[in-house]
Design a binder for this molecule. Structure first.
Ligand code: MG
Length: 304
């Protein structure tokens, strides 16, 4: 190999020596070379935390252990009340008038979970968006729903929790805002992630299955026609109840609504929210909303 390199070098030198000598330039032209190479893609801090960190793996494992333990205990006590908020009256629902659906004694029990960033991490699409510098593109996401099977992974703790929930005799139902026109791709994605088989309209509900667009209450009522829902979990408040999705709410107002007594008792007690610092309505808020004025602080000035 060394010999070959030496020969090549000799040949190159010979070529240089025999090449015609270019005439000396009569004037100098400065060519500005503009760097067009895009900077290397890097995950966002939210992606680093959620998809890449040990801390997120542990947090999710803890959450899914808690969900499984809750469902096991609840199934053993056979509740007569659902954790699905009852439909709003014509006056509209408020935290004060909130009520829950009743369960018939013969209704089978179900736990209802969101899919994206609740059961699966969408590593394929998120990696693509980040590598190509695209924040989010609905058309690309639509392709992801159709073809992403095998490139989304089960969230840590979910598979073990599913075993426990199924062993407790509780049906697992997925209520996702993926489109019902892509039902096959989404069912394939859940299966490929090791989460089992889901059947459209029975254990898998998607956007378009009920009026209300991305609101999930309509689908929760459909599910409740058959099942007594004992647990709801998701990474966004809309996975729990549409009342939290009011766009007019500022982040502090939305936060306060979750702390209303009727709702506050539910967190970890039938309602479960999982961390998602990558996307969604939780990523909002001004300086004043995030840092209340009452907490304003600055280091004391050094004495002169
Ligand atoms: Mg989600």
């Amino acid at each position: 190999m060394k010999h070959h390199i030496l020969l090549s070098t000799v040949a190159l030198l010979a070529a240089c020596q025999t090449a015609p000598v270019a005439p000396a330039p009569t004037e100098t032209t400065t060519v500005e070379v503009i760097e067009t190479v895009a900077p290397p893609a890097a995950p966002t801090q939210g992606q680093q935390w959620l998809y890449g960190s040990a801390e997120a793996r542990i947090a999710l494992k803890q959450d899914w252990n808690a969900i499984a333990a809750y469902v096991e205990a609840k199934a053993a006590s056979r509740p007569n009340t659902s954790v699905v908020l009852a439909p709003v009256t014509e006056d509209g629902a408020t935290a004060e008038t909130a009520d829950f659906l009743a369960c018939d004694a013969d209704q089978p029990l179900a736990a209802v979970f969101d899919a994206d960033e609740t059961l699966i991490w969408n590593l394929g699409s998120m990696g693509y968006f980040t590598r190509s510098g695209v924040g989010f593109d609905p058309a690309i996401w639509d392709q992801w729903e159709k073809t992403g099977a095998g490139k989304a992974v089960a969230i840590p703790g979910v598979k073990d929790a599913f075993k426990r929930i199924r062993n407790a005799g509780v049906e697992i139902i997925v209520n996702t805002n993926r489109s019902n026109t892509n039902v096959q791709g989404s069912a394939d994605t859940l299966k490929a992630a090791g989460l089992g088989e889901f059947a459209h309209g029975q254990t898998l509900y998607l956007r378009g299955d009920a009026p209300g667009g991305s609101g999930k209450d309509g689908r929760r009522y459909m599910i409740s026609d058959t099942y007594c829902v004992i647990a709801l979990a998701g990474d966004q408040l809309g996975d729990i109840a549409d009342i939290f999705n009011d766009d007019a709410l500022t982040p502090p107002e939305r936060k306060a609504l979750t702390a209303a007594p009727a709702f506050d008792q539910m967190w970890g007690n039938g309602w479960f929210i999982l961390p998602n610092p990558v996307y969604g309505p939780s990523l909002a808020g001004t300086m004043d909303e995030v840092f209340p004025e009452s907490t304003d602080w600055a280091p004391p000035k050094a004495e002169e």
